[in-house]
Design a protein around this ligand. Structure first.
Ligand code: CDP
Length: 230
């Protein structure tokens, strides 16, 4: 039997660059909850396949068991959840442009998604979790107590993504190129057959285009506090 939840599961879904992961991490910290970055799992599987030298053209033909056998896992270290490949904790290697570009086509493969489902649900079994991704409120945690759907203008998302990657203010050309990359990824994530990016019916919308980071974090923390006394 599943143990009772000790606190709520909070889901943050939204498109690329809407600030989900950074917001979710900070909200979790302030509430004393754990943070599950589900995108990091799709990135970890992508990284593992690249490291194992499996050509991209063969990914779709892999079985769920093959994806499981790669050895991606989530372990708890105190309040932090770590994404591992075997014993190794993965971090910056998950954020290279190559992994970013290939994680989205990987995430369309139903067997890959199925292989990651239990890992994610186990992380939420006891509650007190903030989970961010594309299908947290719809598929992975449909009974989450608090669901947020983050949106922001495409141009603003491109600007944030570039600032996150380097310190210099990006040029118009760089902004346009990044916006095109993000739009392509959004389209693929929203248009795929399994677990598409979709607003959960019972989610609260949060448009972060004109919000600063602190305001964005506060808005989610307030929402959780009004729904659940933490
Ligand atoms: O932060 P960013 O949106 O750039 O990427 P991410 O959240 O780390 O996710 C990387 C990729 O994994 C996305 O392009 C999605 O295709 C996929 N993903 C997904 O399909 N389902 C999730 N719950 C999380 C990520």
């Amino acid at each position: 039997m599943t143990p009772p939840r000790e606190g709520p599961v909070v889901t943050l879904d939204g498109p690329a660059g809407s600030g989900k992961s950074t917001t979710a991490r900070e909200v979790a910290l302030r509430l004393g909850f754990r943070h599950l970055d589900s995108g990091a799992l799709y990135r970890a599987v992508t990284y593992a396949l690249l490291e194992a030298g499996v050509p991209e053209a063969e990914w779709e033909a892999l079985a769920e068991a093959d994806f499981r056998a790669l050895g991606v896992s989530v372990t708890a270290e105190g309040e932090a959840l770590r994404v591992r490949l075997g014993e190794r904790v993965l971090g910056p290697e998950l954020r290279t442009p190559e992994v970013t570009a290939l994680a989205s086509p990987l995430a369309r493969i139903p067997q890959a998604r199925a292989a990651l489902l239990d890992l994610q649900r186990q992380a939420g079994e006891r509650g007190c979790l903030v989970a961010d991704g594309r299908d947290m409120g719809t598929v992975v945690f449909p009974d989450a107590e608090v669901k947020v759907f983050l949106v922001a203008d495409l141009g603003e998302r491109a600007r944030r993504r570039l600032l996150e990657q380097g310190s210099a203010p990006p040029s118009r050309g760089e902004l346009d190129a990044e916006a095109a990359r993000i739009a392509e990824r959004d389209e693929r994530d929203a248009g795929r057959a399994v677990s598409p990016l979709r607003r959960p019916d019972d989610a609260v919308d949060l448009d972060t285009t004109r919000l600063g980071f602190e305001e964005q974090v506060q808005a989610v923390v307030e929402l959780v506090r009004t729904r659940w006394r933490v």
